[in-house]
Ligand binder design. Structure first.
Ligand SMILES: Cc1cc2nc3c(=O)[nH]c(=O)nc-3n(C[C@H](O)[C@H](O)[C@H](O)COP(=O)(O)OP(=O)(O)OC[C@H]3O[C@@H](n4cnc5c(N)ncnc54)[C@H](O)[C@@H]3O)c2cc1C
Ligand code: SF4
Length: 349
């Protein structure tokens, strides 16, 4: 029997799980495939997070430091798990760096992959330089200057298209990505703050700024920052004769075609299952649900179980999730991993 916990993935979920397990006094082996810790907010360079308004590098940086400074946590960067043998309470795990560890429980915080807008070619990404994704636009916001990538001019109009790679049966993405409406209304306000002369339009099917986000982001961006909301179905993004972008579609409120010239078009990209999930399922011997996210074991009395005993899963590996919820999942998994391990040790005694 081992009472060490293996945590795979060092995004918000894995960092929270590692800190949770270590705080109960148990040892943690944390394995991250990239060379830096922090997950998507750091790897993709998010700007200010919703809803806190804190810079991602500061907020997630604190989570990274808490784990790095904890003597109970051993960190393996640029490393993957290649083999898992044994059972709950006594797994032998082989790492890609040649080391092998004996652990009692395994926590997966392996996250998601950003939707690749190349899969929506009719909306101009990859064809026109001034069509960007939300993460690229966030990097522009972080630089403090709003300008068209093609020629550096200050944009007169920016369009943000919601649900790119989400709620779209045509391309096999049926789910709502949960956070992109809120991220986009926040982005609209940030653009306006840096560039007051720019008008921001948000094209939407419907707005899902759930809970407390409704007034803080949706109403505020409309009432204080004059973001214009257009309920529309987008057909295509093309280029006009004067080198601007044309967003073509149907205004679904008045049921008429609309074409508005824009200077920058932003794709509010959604959350895909991690592209590593097929490999993950094989190595860890767990199931995937029909869209390709990790499958839950039982939901109510065995929360965060995968389909294999002793292996837990949470955060965006289970489906689209925000950071606060991912952090809660991490803590809940720490509790489950240690509780179940203790029960096995007591039974064996
Ligand atoms: C455009 C966009 C903007 C967003 N902005 C916000 C925001 O402002 N506020 C908010 O609350 N949420 C935001 N989110 C959601 C946020 O990104 C997620 O909630 C969060 O990243 C989920 O954390 P996670 O740890 O589960 O996954 P991730 O952040 O994806 O971290 C997973 C980690 O696991 C590692 N990993 C994966 N597979 C393996 C493996 N096999 N072995 C080892 N390591 C592995 C990865 O390298 C990564 O470091 C945004 C999402 C998008 C798409
Ligand atoms: S959160 Fe908003 S933009 Fe994202 S998929 Fe859901 S409805 Fe679309």
């Amino acid at each position: 029997m081992s009472d060490t916990v293996l945590v795979v993935g060092a995004g918000p979920t894995g960092l929270s799980a590692a800190a949770g397990v270590a705080s109960i006094g148990k040892k943690v082996v944390l394995v991250e495939k990239e060379a830096v810790l922090g997950g998507a907010p750091i790897l993709s360079g998010y700007a200010k997070l919703v809803p806190s308004g804190e810079w991602a590098k500061d907020a997630i940086g604190r989570m990274v430091k808490r784990v790095e400074d904890n003597a109970n946590v051993t960190i393996h960067k640029s490393t993957k798990v290649v083999k898992v043998e044994g059972e709950a309470g006594n797994f032998t795990v082989t790492l890609s760096n040649g080391q092998s560890v004996n652990v009692g429980s395994i926590i997966l915080g392996t996250g998601f992959t950003h939707f690749d807008s190349i899969n929506k070619p009719e909306w101009g990404f990859g064809t026109y330089e001034d069509v960007l994704t939300t993460t690229q636009m966030e990097q522009m916001v972080s630089s403090g200057k709003i300008a068209c990538p093609s020629d550096g001019r200050v944009p007169e109009r920016v369009a943000i298209l919601l649900c790119v790679g989400s709620r779209d049966r045509q391309i096999g993405r049926e789910w709502c990505s949960k956070i992109c409406c809120t991220v986009s209304t926040n982005l609209a306000m940030e653009i306006k703050e840096i560039s007051p002369q720019t008008d921001v339009f948000i094209y939407y099917m419907d707005i899902r700024t759930f809970g407390l986000y409704e007034d803080k982001f949706y109403w505020k961006s409309q009432e204080e920052y004059k973001t214009k909301f257009v309920k529309a179905r987008i057909a295509e993004v093309t280029r006009s004769a004067d080198n601007r972008l044309l967003v073509k579609g149907e205004d679904t409120l008045v049921k008429r075609p609309i074409v508005i010239p824009m200077d920058i078009v932003v794709h509010a990209i959604g959350m895909d299952p991690s592209e590593e999930n097929p490999e993950l399922a094989k190595v860890f011997g767990i199931g995937l649900e029909k869209h390709g996210f990790v499958e839950k074991g039982e939901q109510y009395t065995s929360s965060f179980s995968s389909t294999r005993r002793g292996i837990y899963v949470g955060g965006a590996a289970l489906g689209p999730e925000d950071i606060d919820t991912s952090i809660s999942h991490g803590l809940a998994m720490a509790m489950r991993a240690v509780g179940d391990m203790n029960a096995l040790v007591q039974k064996a005694a």
